[in-house]
Design a protein around this ligand. Structure first.
Ligand SMILES: [Zn+2]
Length: 427
C-alpha cells in the first residue's frame, strides 16, 4: 500500500497549522474558466473524512486588510479590486480594467462576484501562516487557498490577483534573514521571482515547463536575478512529460545544494497541482506520490515551512494531492482508499487517493537533458558559496522574540518597495 511513510521515514510529528475556509469553495471564476475554487472545499472535506483535522491546529483564515496587501501591491490596484464588481463597471473604469488586466472578455482574470473577499481570504491565510511559524507555535503552516504566484504589483496575471506568497515572504523577512521559496507548479513562479529579483534575502527556485510559448514564457535557466539578487533566482526549465523518477532526480540534488549554500531560516513551498498527470492545462506526468515526494523531501530538512496551493485544474486530483500532502506534512499514514465523504461520487469508480501516470505521454526530459540543467544550476549555486553580500549567520527561530517586538520591519518593507526588474524574456 502506498502511504505517506513511503519515503524519508517521516512518521515523527511536527506541529501543523491548517487554514480551512469552506466559503472559499463558493467563489466562481465563470462557467468555462479552468480555475475552480470548489477544489478547496473538496480538499477540506477529505481532511475531515480522513480525520486529519484532529492532528493539527485548524484555523479559519482572517481576511487580509487592504493595508497589508499594499505592502507589495500598488494602492490604486488594491482600491480597484476592492471597489469594482461586475455590477459597478462603468465607462470610467474601462481603462483600469485594461491597465490592471482584469475583466477582459474570455480573459484569464475575470471580474467575478466576491473577488476581493476571495483575494483577502487567500492572502490572510498565507500571512497568518507565516506568523504561526514566526511565533514558534507551528513548525509547518498549510494554506491550500494560497500560492497565487503570478500576481504582479499592479497587475493580475494567470488567474492570480493578489500575490499572497510575496506578502507572506515579506512577513517572514521581518524575522528571518533569509527565506527560501520553492515552486513546483507546472508554470514558472514569475510574480514571486520578479518581486525579489534584486535581493539576496529571498532565494527563489522554480521547477516548471519552459518553451513552446507555455505560460508565462519566463524562467530560463539563465534568468538568475539582478544586482544584489544576482544568483538568487534559480530556474529549472523542464519539458513535457516529466515523470516521478525524473523529477526527484533533479529536485532533490538541487534543493539539497540550495539549502546547504543558503541556510534559509524559513521555507515557503508553492505546491501547484497542475504538474500532476491528467491536468487540464499542464503537460507533466507526476503522480500524487511523486508530487508529494518533493514536499516530503523539503520537510525532511526540519526548517519552518509555509506550504501553499497554486494551480491545479483537475479538481479531483488536486484534492487527492493536497489531502495526501497534508498527511505527509503531518507524518501520518493514510489509507489509499478514500473514505466516505460529501464528494464520494467524484472519486468513482476506484475511490483511490492515488493516480496512474499517462502511459501514452512521452517524457521529453532525457537523462542527459536533466543532467545538463542540473549542472548549470549547481554551478550557479556553487558561485554563491561564501558570497560576501549575504548574511550567512544561522539564527534559530526559537531564540527570537515574538513578532510584535521585531524591529527589522522597516527593512522588509524596503525590499517590497524596490522596483522589480522585469525578466528579459517576459511574454
Ligand atoms: Zn500553474
Amino acid at each position: 500500500m502506498l502511504s505517506s511513510q513511503a519515503l524519508y521515514g517521516s512518521t515523527d510529528r511536527l506541529r501543523v497549522a491548517y487554514f480551512m475556509d469552506f466559503d472559499v469553495g463558493g467563489y466562481y471564476y465563470g462557467q468555462h474558466h479552468p480555475m475552480k475554487p470548489h477544489r478547496m472545499a473538496i480538499t477540506h472535506n477529505l481532511c475531515l473524512a480522513y480525520g486529519l483535522y484532529r492532528h493539527m491546529d485548524v484555523y479559519k483564515p482572517r481576511k487580509a486588510s487592504p493595508e497589508e496587501c499594499e505592502k507589495f501591491h500598488a494602492h490604486d490596484y488594491i482600491e480597484f479590486l476592492r471597489n469594482t464588481t461586475p455590477d459597478t463597471i462603468t465607462d470610467d473604469v474601462l481603462d483600469q480594467l485594461q491597465r490592471f488586466n482584469v475583466g477582459r472578455q474570455h480573459g484569464d482574470c475575470p471580474l467575478f462576484d466576491g473577488l476581493w473577499d476571495f483575494c483577502a481570504v487567500s492572502a490572510g491565510g498565507s500571512i497568518d501562516g507565516a506568523r504561526k511559524l514566526m511565533s514558534g507555535t507551528s513548525d509547518i503552516a498549510i494554506n491550500w487557498a494560497g500560492g497565487l504566484h503570478h500576481a504582479k504589483k499592479s497587475e493580475a496575471s494567470g488567474f492570480c490577483y493578489v500575490n499572497d506568497i510575496v506578502l507572506a515572504i515579506l512577513e517572514l523577512l521581518r524575522l528571518y534573514p533569509r527565506v527560501l521559496y520553492i515552486d513546483i507548479d507546472v508554470h514558472h513562479g514569475d510574480g514571486v521571482e520578479e518581486a525579489f529579483y534584486t535581493t539576496d534575502r529571498v532565494l527563489t527556485v522554480s521547477f516548471h515547463k519552459y518553451g513552446d510559448n507555455f505560460f508565462p514564457g519566463t524562467g530560463d535557466v539563465w534568468d538568475r536575478g539582478y544586482g544584489r539578487g544576482e544568483g538568487y533566482a534559480v530556474n529549472v526549465p523542464l519539458k513535457d512529460g516529466m515523470d516521478d523518477a525524473g523529477f526527484s532526480r533533479i529536485f532533490e540534488p538541487i534543493i539539497t545544494k540550495v539549502i546547504e549554500v543558503y541556510q534559509p531560516g524559513a521555507i515557503v513551498m508553492q505546491c501547484g497541482a497542475d504538474s500532476l498527470a491528467h491536468d487540464r492545462l499542464g503537460c507533466f506526468n507526476l503522480t500524487v506520490q511523486g508530487h508529494a515526494n518533493a514536499v516530503a523531501f523539503v520537510r525532511s530538512f526540519r526548517i519552518p515551512m509555509l506550504v501553499l496551493g497554486g494551480g491545479g485544474y483537475n479538481i479531483r486530483n488536486v484534492a487527492r494531492c493536497w489531502l495526501f500532502e497534508t498527511s505527509v506534512l503531518l507524518g501520518i499514514s493514510v489509507d489509499a482508499q478514500i473514505p466516505y465523504n460529501d464528494y464520494w461520487e467524484y472519486f468513482a469508480p476506484e475511490y483511490s487517493l492515488h493516480i496512474q501516470p499517462m502511459r501514452e505521454l512521452e517524457n521529453q526530459n532525457s537523462r542527459d537533458y536533466l543532467e545538463k540543467v542540473k549542472s548549470k544550476v549547481i554551478e550557479q549555486l556553487r558561485q554563491l558559496e561564501g558570497a560576501p553580500s549575504v548574511q550567512m549567520k544561522h539564527m534559530p527561530p526559537s531564540i527570537w522574540p515574538a513578532t510584535d517586538e521585531i524591529d527589522s520591519e522597516d527593512e522588509a518593507e524596503d525590499i517590497a518597495s524596490e522596483d522589480p526588474v522585469s525578466s528579459p524574456t517576459a511574454s
